[in-house]
Design a protein around this ligand. Structure first.
Ligand code: DUC
Ligand code: ZN
Ligand code: ZN
Ligand code: ZN
Length: 485
C-alpha cells in the first residue's frame, strides 16, 4: 500500500520546496517530482509539514483533588484534527512509585490513543527508590524527568532533591525538565491574598508574579549547571524566565525554553473578567502575563532563544473549576490548547510576520524532536522518517468554538478567535487520521508508544562543568553524592 501526497509545497525547518511525497507503509519512501502511488492525497495550494509534536500534555492527570477531564481518546482526536501527530504526556508517580504509574499511563494510552504518544516521568521526591527506579524508567524509553518547583506540599521538590535527581539524570543520559516557579513564595502570596479577602481568580495571577518564575528559572539553570546536565524549562511565560534562559545559552549552556500558545496569545486581563467562570477557566500556572512578556516570548521564538511552542493541555470542566469558588487556591490549574495550537500560532505568528513558516515547523515539531532524541524518526520530512504529516491549508479559516471542537471540555479559552489555516489532512504513520470536513474520528488504540533513547553526551554538555569538577586541593565531599543513597 502506497500513498502519494501531490501538488503541495514542502515546508521543513530548513527550507521550502515543491515536491511530491511518496509513503510506503508507515514511512516516507521518496520525495521528488511526479511520484506515483496507490492512493493520492491532494495537497494543491497547501503546505506539507511534519506533523505537530506537543511535548507537554496532561491527559486524565490526577491533580488538585480531581482528574483532568480530557481523555486519551478525546485528546488525541483533538490533536489529530489540529495537525498534531505526537503528544508527550507526564507520568505522575503515586504512592507505589514511578514504575507502577508508568504501567498505568501506558495502559490508558494504549487503549485509547489514536496518534502516537511518548511519556515523561515526574520526580516528586528523593530516596533510594527514586534513584533505582529512574534507571528502569530510562530502560522503558523515557529520557526526560520533570521537576515541579511549585505546588508546595504536593508535587514540589526542594533544591537538594532536584540537585540529586539532576545528577542522576546526568549519569543516565536523561534531560531534566522543570516547572520553574518558587513554590514557597507562591504559598506565601496565596496566604496573603486569602487573608486579605481576595478569593477570586484574579488573585491567582497576583500570587504568581513573573519574579517568582524568574527566580526559579535562574535557580534551576544554576542547579543544572552544578549537576552537569542540560535543562529544559517548561511553560516559559515571562521576560524574567526568558532572560535567564537567554543568558545561560549565551554562556554555552544547553538550556531550552518552551512558551505555550496560551501565553503567546492571551493576557492577564482575562482574569479581570467579572464572570467568575470565564476567569476561572483560564486559571493555569504560570498565569497569563501582560503584553511586554508576550512580546519577549515572540522575540525569543524568532531569535532562537526559545525553541518550542507547546500547550500544557490540562483541561478541566467548568464544574471542576467551580470547586474553587470562594478560594482561588482550589481552582484546578490548567487550560486546553492541543486542538488549536497550530492554527493559533499560524494566525498570530506566521500571518503577522512574527515568525516564518520554517520557524513555525521548527517550533511546533522539528526542534522538540531533536531535543527529545527522536529526530528524524519524528519531526522531519525525509526518506525513512515516520510518515507523520500535516497537509496545512492556509485558506481554510474558522472561528474557534467549544461548540464544534473535538475536545470534550465544555468551553475553549480561544472561543471566538478567527483563525486562518487548518489541517486539510493529518497522516499518522502513513494513515489518514483526519480529513477536513469529514470529521471522522481515528481508531482509538491505533497510536503507538514512541520510546526515546538516552543521550550519551549529556554529562559532558556544559561549558562551566569542567571548572566545577576540576581536581581541587580538597577531596570531594559527601554533598556531591545523591542524597539518600
Ligand atoms: N500548570 C497547570 O496549569 N496545570 C498543570 C500543571 C501545571 O504546572
Ligand atoms: Zn507546570
Ligand atoms: Zn504541565
Ligand atoms: Zn478534502
Amino acid at each position: 500500500m502506497s500513498t502519494v501526497i501531490k501538488g503541495g509545497t514542502i515546508v521543513a525547518a530548513d527550507r521550502t520546496y515543491e515536491a511530491d511525497l511518496l509513503i510506503e507503509g508507515e514511512k516516507i519512501a521518496a520525495i521528488g517530482p511526479n511520484l506515483k502511488g496507490d492512493t493520492v492525497v491532494d495537497a494543491g495550494g497547501a503546505y506539507i509539514m511534519p506533523g505537530g509534536i506537543d511535548p507537554h500534555t496532561h491527559l486524565e492527570m490526577p491533580f488538585m483533588g480531581t482528574t483532568a477531564a480530557e481523555t486519551w481518546e478525546s485528546g488525541t482526536f483533538a490533536a489529530a484534527s489540529g495537525g498534531t501527530t505526537l503528544v508527550v504526556d507526564f507520568v505522575i508517580p503515586g504512592p507505589d512509585g514511578m514504575l507502577a504509574a508508568l504501567d498505568d499511563w501506558e495502559a490508558k494510552a494504549k487503549r485509547q490513543a489514536s496518534t502516537d504518544y511518548s511519556l515523561h516521568m515526574c520526580v516528586n521526591g528523593w530516596s533510594k527508590q527514586h534513584f533505582d527506579e529512574m534507571e528502569k524508567v530510562v530502560g522503558r524509553g523515557i529520557n526526560t524527568f520533570k521537576h515541579f518547583m511549585a505546588y508546595k506540599g504536593a508535587l514540589m521538590v526542594n533544591d537538594d532533591e532536584m540537585f540529586a535527581s539532576f545528577q542522576r539524570c546526568a549519569a543516565l543520559g536523561a534531560l531534566p525538565l522543570v516547572h520553574a516557579e518558587n513554590g514557597d513564595i507562591v504559598a506565601a502570596l496565596q496566604q496573603k491574598y486569602m487573608n486579605e479577602g481576595l478569593t477570586g481568580p484574579e488573585a491567582h495571577a497576583y500570587s504568581r508574579p513573573p519574579e517568582v518564575e524568574g527566580e526559579a528559572t535562574n535557580r534551576a539553570i544554576m542547579i543544572a549547571d552544578a549537576a552537569g546536565v542540560p535543562v529544559y524549562i517548561v511553560h516559559t511565560s515571562s521576560e524574567q524566565a526568558h532572560e535567564a534562559i537567554r543568558r545561560a545559552r549565551q554562556k554555552g549552556m544547553r538550556v531550552y525554553g518552551e512558551p505555550l500558545i496560551q501565553h503567546l496569545t492571551l493576557d492577564e486581563g482575562e482574569y479581570m473578567n467579572k464572570d467568575w467562570d470565564y476567569a476561572a477557566r483560564r486559571v493555569m500556572s504560570p498565569p497569563f502575563r501582560d503584553k511586554s512578556h508576550q512580546d519577549s516570548l515572540w522575540a525569543g521564538l524568532a531569535a532562537g532563544s526559545l525553541q518550542v511552542v507547546a500547550t500544557d493541555h490540562c483541561a478541566f470542566t467548568t464544574a471542576q473549576k467551580r470547586t474553587g469558588i470562594g478560594n482561588f487556591t482550589k481552582i484546578p490549574n490548567g487550560t486546553g490548547g492541543l486542538e488549536d495550537r497550530l492554527a493559533m500560532l499560524w494566525t498570530k505568528g506566521v500571518e503577522t510576520g512574527r515568525i516564518t513558516p520554517n520557524e513555525f515547523v521548527a517550533v511546533t515539531s522539528t526542534n522538540i524532536a531533536q531535543i527529545l532524541n527522536i529526530y528524524p524518526q519524528k519531526g522531519a520530512i525525509l526518506p525513512g522518517s515516520d510518515a507523520d504529516i500535516v497537509v496545512w491549508d492556509p485558506k481554510l479559516s474558522k472561528t474557534i468554538s467549544a461548540a464544534n471542537q473535538k475536545s470534550i471540555i465544555d468551553y475553549n479559552v480561544f472561543e471566538g478567535f478567527k483563525v486562518n489555516g487548518q489541517a486539510r489532512y493529518t497522516l499518522s504513520r502513513g494513515e489518514v487520521v483526519w480529513h477536513y470536513g469529514q470529521n471522522s474520528q481515528p481508531q482509538p488504540g491505533r497510536g503507538k508508544l514512541v520510546k526515546r533513547n538516552p543521550f550519551p553526551a549529556v554529562n559532558k554538555a556544559l561549558s562551566t562543568w569542567k571548572e566545577l569538577t576540576a581536581p581541587r586541593a580538597v577531596t570531594r565531599s559527601a554533598e556531591h553524592m545523591p542524597i539518600g543513597v
